[in-house]
Design a protein around this ligand. Structure first.
Ligand code: AMP
Length: 500
């Protein structure tokens, strides 16, 4: 099939040719003619499928007629993250190079002044994140009655990030007569409900999820222990043995791990950058740009970088943590092996990760190959159980307190590290949840926390001497055992702190 048959204007076809595209992708072939017919569209497609051009190309064609009025944008595209919004703007620049359209980008982390000016001038295309759009609206700087086309992109990501109430509010501010183009990689019930409420008789176009396109990505699991220093060493080992590594994204589940890992890799001489949701917009864009240009070889990132970002040549992806949402795995490894290239994805797996790994293998409908020895999860679970049982046995002390010997003989320098963490700091569900959601507001994770005692009682001394900052509820056991027994590692001289 050729682009010429889809009904796009001459100007748009010229830009498509200049971009070097010869054939429309499945989502483009399905969506473009429907958009040009002014139908609502429900596109179930992920990034990497050519989804962005499937709405930008017909929008450009439709926008050739008419003019924008001050503060009244003609079209509105909602994106969950600033990066995605900026990427869509780049698409308009690329495909709209033969048009004279005003494109305005409204994203957080940038001053209102410039954005106000663009709105005053009249925007043909307004690309925005929901929060910033509503800020402008509430300041009275924006009127939404003139919006003819509304695009809601990455709706399931919006759901993950808690934007659905904002989206509902925005939909109600835009005339009912608008055309709505709605894209989502998956269709959980909340998203289904949204499409039923806000789309009118949509043309549904579903393209094969990129779950299958990972065929050109060689995927491997690598067993490691839970401790951060072990994981960092395992990662470095993988980096060293990957001879064909040109550049890589290293994904972490938590922001605090990004900073630690970034510093560690830097100390080990890697050319590394970091990217997460708490960084200001300028730094994020700069970091991405440096990575795209090859000035940075390794990018330690959160899932904010996994979704949708179009970085064409990433040779490797490393999952420093197994993602707790199986879909994130697909998005992460989808950063490599793009546009027909081959890629490699490694995932570090600890004995605690079985549940998450099972969910991923179920989702991709394939077991992932282990590089080296696999983890015996059954044995690990038994060991955990036994450990838990031994923990429930209370330490014996005549006055109900830890024996004075235990307390006295703790090395002074460890007194803070080895105090059992209080429930209030270690186990607050709200904090744990927020910390997992990278784009959520800054959490306590960015604050220095008291050092915790080592994660496992039965581990070797070398690991015990390096306290971890990871908080897991079942690791808060006191640092003494039964009958006044003091574990051997407490009686040894503390080693000098070594950061790996
Ligand atoms: P997207 O799914 O919109 O993030 O697009 C993924 C990548 O595919 C981008 O780098 C686009 O430039 C590229 N692309 C989009 N449409 C086509 C096409 N018809 N042929 C080749 N590449 C395309």
């Amino acid at each position: 099939m050729s682009f010429n048959t889809l009904g796009l204007s001459e100007k748009v076809l010229a830009a498509v040719e200049a971009a070097g595209y010869t054939e429309p992708t499945a989502i483009q072939a399905g969506a473009i003619p429907r958009v040009l017919e002014r139908r609502d569209v429900l596109g179930i497609a992920q990034t990497g499928t050519g989804k962005t051009a499937s709405f930008t190309l017909p929008m450009l064609t439709l926008l050739e007629k008419g003019r924008a009025r001050s503060r009244m944008p003609r079209t509105l595209i909602l994106e969950p993250t600033r990066e995605l919004a900026a990427q869509v703007e780049e698409n308009f620049e690329k495909y709209g190079k033969n048009h004279k359209l005003n494109v305005a980008l409204l994203i957080g982390g940038v001053s209102f002044g410039e954005q106000d000016k663009k709105l005053d001038r009249g925007a043909d295309v307004l690309i925005a994140t929901p929060g910033r759009l509503l800020d402008h609206f509430e300041r009275g700087k924006l009127l939404l009655q003139g919006v003819e086309i509304l695009v809601i992109d990455e709706a399931d990501r919006m759901l993950d990030m808690g934007f659905i109430p904002d989206i509902e509010r925005i939909c109600k501010l835009i005339p009912f007569t608008r055309q709505t183009l709605f894209f989502s990689a998956t269709m959980p019930p909340e998203i289904q409900r949204l499409t039923e409420a806000f789309l009118q008789n949509p043309a549904k176009i579903e393209v094969a999820p990129t779950l299958t396109t990972a065929e050109n990505v060689a995927q491997f699991l690598k067993a490691t222990e839970n401790q951060d220093f072990e994981k960092r060493a395992a990662l470095r080992e993988l980096l060293e043995k990957s001879e064909d590594l040109k550049n890589a994204i290293v994904f972490c589940n938590r922001k605090r791990d990004i900073t630690t890992l970034f510093r560690s890799l830097e100390r080990h001489g890697y050319n590394v950058g970091a990217l997460h949701g708490d960084m200001d917009q300028r730094t994020r864009m700069m970091m991405l740009d440096n990575f795209r240009k090859g000035n940075i070889t390794l990018l330690v990132a959160s899932d904010v970088a996994a979704r949708g970002l179009d970085i064409p040549e990433v040779s490797h992806v490393f999952n420093y943590d197994v993602p707790s949402h199986a879909e994130d795995y697909v998005h992460r490894i989808g950063r490599t092996g793009r546009a027909g290239r081959s890629g490699v994805a490694y995932t570090l797996v600890t004995p605690d990760d079985q549940k998450y790994l099972d969910a991923i293998e179920k989702l991709i409908n394939n077991p992932i190959e282990w590089e080296g020895e696999p983890i015996d999860f059954e044995a690990a679970a038994k060991e955990r159980k036994a450990r838990r049982r031994s923990k429930t046995a209370k330490p014996e002390a005549t006055d109900g307190k830890p024996s004075s010997r235990t307390t006295a003989e703790k090395p002074a320098s460890r007194s803070t590290a080895e105090k059992p963490a209080s429930k209030s700091t270690a186990e607050k569900p709200a904090r744990r949840k927020k910390a997992d959601n990278d784009d959520a507001v800054i959490t306590e994770d960015t604050q220095p926390k008291p050092r915790r005692r080592p994660v496992r009682q039965d581990q070797s001394d070398s690991s015990s001497s390096r306290p971890t900052t990871r908080s897991k509820p079942d690791r808060n056991e006191p640092a003494f055992g039964r009958d006044g027994h003091v574990p051997a590692f407490l009686l040894r001289e503390p080693r000098p702190k070594k950061v790996s």
